[in-house]
Write a protein of this length. Structure first.
Length: 413
């Protein structure tokens, strides 16, 4: 049988209506993505208060990105095996704890433990990646493509809401209290997760062939198209993490006021809500490999134009619109391709491995940004590196074959 031929059991996998599942999942994505997207707002006030170089903050956020990626396949495997709700709750508690520790961090070690380790592992357990996996299992097939776009767009809307709100809070009550407010907000994921409860693979509701985790991984990493998809996703993480962590500081270096950095991130989030929905819609209507290739090439064009124009509020906000339309628009076609290739059974885990590549790129984007700035006093080299990576990923995605794996009629566990 093929992965695409597995029966759709979504209609009996949950006692909640699809609309309720979709709203709860989107709220989880919004809440968890917002504080993470606002991380760059804390760089300058924390560095000034403690006399840190930017490399200290960059290293902590780089570790966050890396551990988010490292933890994602394991969180996905646990969600696939035991159900989503336990993983979401554990992730939310770690995330909130990391924000609380960050609020009292006065040494680089505490900063790395809170903002890096705890938030990184917390995100792996409660971010929109787990939500998309739950959507794939709980929603009817006709809902899935659009739900991937809506779930991603909700995270983007969190990026629109949180940076301006966070900037105002930092100005009025300080960065420590702002971090605590963000932590309390993340705890709202706990009650919302009830609606996203999925059955583990041991349940009779499990769909697809009888495969072990080892067999599923072996099948995936022997599939050339999956490997190309994973490699290409590296660039997405590099670009997004670099901009999120360093854009406010970069614009400050260009003698622009702090509000420009906050609103640039917010505009990215708002534009991405449109881009992600459009990408989710297009994923079911055109070859997904061409959609991904166009997104990566488009990012390179936007960064190039931004670097060649003089820095101003208008060019910064224009960059936010252009980059925002392409920001997380890679997620719907990427998750849809994983679903198309392998089916729903190990969707969260296999997408998690693709996301690890994304976050490995994120680690390098954030860390290199800080390290190169400390050595050269400029972010320019990293900006141009992101242009080159975008072109490379545009080419990498073209050979992907959009078809389900062919499996024997019976697969032994």
């Amino acid at each position: 049988m093929t992965a695409a031929s597995e029966p759709s059991l979504a209609r009996r996998a949950s006692r909640y209506a699809p609309e309720t599942i979709l709203v709860a999942g989107c709220l989880c994505g919004l809440i968890t993505f917002g504080p993470r997207a606002s991380a760059g707002l804390f760089q300058i006030p924390m560095s000034q208060e403690f006399g840190w170089g930017r490399e200290v903050f960059s290293f902590a956020i780089a570790i966050q990105n890396l551990l988010w990626g490292v933890g994602q396949p394991f969180a996905g495997a646990l969600a696939d095996r035991f159900g989503t709700i336990r993983v979401l709750i554990a992730g939310a508690l770690l995330y909130a704890g990391g924000l609380a520790l960050m609020s009292v961090a006065s040494t680089p070690g505490m900063m790395t433990l809170g903002a890096g380790v705890l938030i990184g592992f917390g995100l792996s357990g409660c971010s929109f990646n787990l939500v998309l996996g739950a959507f794939g299992k709980l929603l009817p097939e006709r809902w899935r493509g659009l739900s991937f776009g809506l779930g991603t767009a909700a995270g983007s809307f969190g990026q629109f809401l949180f940076p301006p709100f966070g900037s105002m809070l930092i100005d009025s009550i300080g960065w420590q209290q702002t971090s605590l407010v963000f932590g309390l907000t993340v705890l709202l994921v706990v009650p919302l997760s009830i609606t996203l409860a999925t059955r583990g693979n041991g349940s009779a509701a499990s769909a697809g062939p009888s495969q072990s985790i080892r067999q599923a991984l072996s099948e995936a990493f022997r599939h050339p198209s999956y490997v190309l998809l994973v490699i290409g996703f590296f660039t997405c993480g590099f670009q997004l993490a670099f901009v999120t962590a360093h854009m406010p500081a970069y614009l400050k270096d260009q003698n622009l006021p702090a509000w420009v950095g906050a609103w640039t991130l917010a505009v990215i989030g708002l534009s991405n809500a449109v881009g992600s929905l459009t990408s989710g819609w297009l994923s079911g209507r055109m070859p997904k490999r061409w959609l991904l290739s166009g997104i990566y090439l488009g990012r390179s064009v936007v960064v190039t134009v931004f670097m060649l124009l003089p820095a101003s509020p208008a060019t910064a906000l224009g960059f936010g619109v252009g980059m925002g339309l392409l920001w997380l628009s890679t997620v719907p076609p990427t998750s849809s391709l994983v679903l198309q290739m392998f089916g729903t059974r190990y969707l969260a885990m296999l997408y998690g491995f693709a996301f690890f590549s994304h976050q490995l790129g994120g680690f390098l984007g954030v860390w290199l940004g800080g390290a190169i700035y400390e050595r050269t006093g400029s972010y320019n080299a990293v900006w141009w590196l992101s242009v080159g990576l975008g072109i490379a990923s545009a080419l990498i995605n073209i050979p992907i074959k959009e078809q389900a794996v062919v499996r024997p009629a019976t697969a032994g566990a």
